[in-house]
Design a protein around this ligand. Structure first.
Ligand code: ATP
Length: 283
């Protein structure tokens, strides 16, 4: 059985068709990435998944259960760290996490224990009694992820979890996410950091103007869409082969520093397919 199955999903707001027929299957245990420029429809897709918006057409199932027909059961499988924090900013972190556990029916002693464990795990143990609004943007993001894990979700959905988080903390978060995935949690991530998708995701979908324009493992997409070649002293050479690389590095008059291997990147795939860079600039 698949973790998520999205079939023919369309979402029309008054003037905008935010999703124009999305078909997507995410197997159990996958680390899946959604990439797309601003306004592509990523958040709308996530909202359709977690029941925060009702698709105009199509269906979404979670572990085989239709989200519109069994919303409570479907929600019990999901943890969401939303793009916009939906918390009372004057609550302490401890209270935010404990309340969340309470909404999902966790017993009081368990939710107290779990809240503290998660705050420790995300480096926020000493901030447990600080009000949310007093924390830095990166800490607030980590608190949202910690909250989403209060119920031990089988599927974790992260809408731009590392926006505004500094490099060191991003790497720490990546470690936590990898561990969760290794322990069996299916993870769905949207991000504006292409390196993050390349680093973490087994498969990515590139979404543009409400449609999936490409999908697959990052390295496969790079091989499919990017020219691979080697550059010797600034000159492009024919396609990279191991023999050619070996011969070049053995040639005494060329130093290894003068040989560059151009393999392409997910960023190049993204620009090629959408016509713009992920931060909205022209190609
Ligand atoms: P970003 O990367 O900027 O967060 P996104 O890919 O998540 O963008 P969405 O937020 O899903 O994109 O928006 C897709 C389109 O739907 C946009 O044109 C947006 O303006 C529109 N849209 C989203 N929510 C609503 C709404 N509640 N009412 C009307 N239009 C909406």
């Amino acid at each position: 059985m698949d973790a998520v199955r999205i079939t023919g999903v369309r979402k029309r707001y008054k003037r905008v068709e935010a999703l124009q027929g999305i078909d997507l299957v995410i197997p159990i245990g996958e680390f899946f990435g959604l990439l797309g420029p601003n306004g592509a429809g990523k958040t709308t897709l996530i909202k359709s998944l977690v029941g925060l918006c009702r698709p105009t057409e199509g269906s979404v199932t979670i572990f085989g259960h239709e989200t519109q027909q069994e919303p409570v059961l479907c929600k019990s499988f999901l943890g969401l760290s939303p793009q916009e924090p939906n918390v009372d900013r004057y609550f302490t972190l401890r209270k935010i996490l404990e309340f969340h556990g309470g909404y999902y029916g966790l017993e009081r002693p368990l939710r107290k224990k779990r809240a503290l464990e998660l705050l420790e795990q995300f480096g926020l143990g000493d901030k447990a009694d600080d009000e949310y609004w007093k924390l830095s943007g990166g800490m607030q993001k980590r608190a949202m992820i910690a909250r989403s894990l209060m119920t031990n979700p089988k599927i974790l959905i992260l809408d731009e979890p590392t926006a505004g988080v500094d490099v060191e903390q991003r790497h720490q978060l990546w470690g936590c996410l990898r561990n969760l995935n290794r322990d069996g949690t299916t993870i769905i991530l949207t991000t504006h950091y292409i390196d993050e998708a390349e680093e973490l995701c087994e498969r990515v979908a590139i979404i543009d103007q409400g449609k999936i324009v490409e999908m697959g493992p990052p390295q496969e997409l790079i091989a499919r869409h990017c020219e691979q070649y080697i550059e010797v002293r600034g000159k492009k050479m024919k396609k990279l082969t191991p023999e050619l690389l070996g011969a070049l590095s053995q040639a005494s008059e060329i130093s290894p520093q003068e040989i560059a291997v151009q393999r392409g990147s997910l960023e190049q795939v993204f620009i090629k397919l959408t016509g713009h860079s992920i931060d909205g600039g022209g190609s």
